[in-house]
Design a protein around this ligand. Sequence first.
Ligand SMILES: NC(=O)c1ccc[n+]([C@@H]2O[C@H](COP(=O)([O-])OP(=O)(O)OC[C@H]3O[C@@H](n4cnc5c(N)ncnc54)[C@H](O)[C@@H]3O)[C@@H](O)[C@H]2O)c1
Length: 347
Amino acid sequence: MKLLVTGGAGFIGSAVVRQAVRDGHEVINLDALTYAACLENLTPVANAPNYTFVQADIRDRAALDEIFKEHAPDAVMHLAAESHVDRSIDGPGDFIETNVMGTFQMLEAARAHWDREGRPDSFRFHHISTDEVFGSLGETGMFTETTPYDPRSPYSASKASSDHLVRAWAETYGLPVVLTNCSNNYGPYHFPEKLIPVIILNALAGKDLPIYGDGSNVRDWLYVEDHADALLLVVQKGEVGRSYNIGGENERTNLELVQTLCGILDEMRPKSSGSYADQITFVTDRPGHDARYAIDPARIRDELGWRPSVTVEEGLRRTVEWYLNNEAWWRPLQDRSGVGQRLGTKA
Ligand SMILES: NC(=O)c1ccc[n+]([C@@H]2O[C@H](COP(=O)([O-])OP(=O)(O)OC[C@H]3O[C@@H](n4cnc5c(N)ncnc54)[C@H](O)[C@@H]3O)[C@@H](O)[C@H]2O)c1
């Protein structure tokens, strides 16, 4: 397929691009290169004949029209977004602009392209979203595709808004869309402001390992390359108009997750004395911190035959090893604005 991937210089988008190029798809990566982007994530495919990079902003309708006309994609995989909850608390405006207005511009540009092409049934607009749109769970229960939306942070509210726009464009204009809502991703090339890379890099630097609140918040963790596989399956085989929840079947409290990472680091890069776990520090909680997310993966498993292939133990080992071997990638990113600072406490 000819795939237009937005946000392909980010964490998940670059995993999708690398996998799609390896699978032989023709890939156009559209990215504005914000603070969260890193073109080095694409080094393994940068010279492939089936890969093209275009710097553009999804809020720029004229630029989008040019790109659609020039490349005439068979499908859009829309990942470009502002993605860090803590930043959304301090500055929600960028999240509304990019995640809501940017998705609106993408939908309109895609619809114009689809019209020009004679409205092919085979066209897909695949919107990539998060499980955070469903809100916060108690100790039991799981999110299904029919769980009512209940977003509680500016980030999740902006993603929920964009999901609603995508469904409205399908109902109103007939645009052939598919949606996915995924749990927390982790793995190589994860930007060093998110929990897992923060813990690994602070541990190595001898700094505190900050845990929000009492560390009891539960997240489901999915290895990013498994997510990329699932997304490429959905864009090719997903039923039009349908949404699919994607999860890792790996629920952990934040404290358990950090303790596991410390254990792996103790083994792979032992300290001269003591354990990395000695560096764990409890800090002020995130305002409105959702207690628990969990995904019921039945639909994507039963209808498309997809299940995660990497356990959290294996995925975390691979991730720690990758950070130990790729200091040249992460070191310069630590100088980017806001990285290494506690954000999201202004509320
Ligand atoms: N990270 C997760 O755990 C997770 C889980 C579920 C869903 N998602 C969703 O997956 C998508 C990708 O997440 P990620 O973690 O890779 O994000 P990321 O922050 O690592 O990457 C986002 C990319 O989008 C680009 N971008 C931002 N604003 C743009 C704009 N206006 N125009 C063009 N490009 C722009 C950035 O330059 C960056 O390369 C997002 O839509 C996010 O909501 C993420």
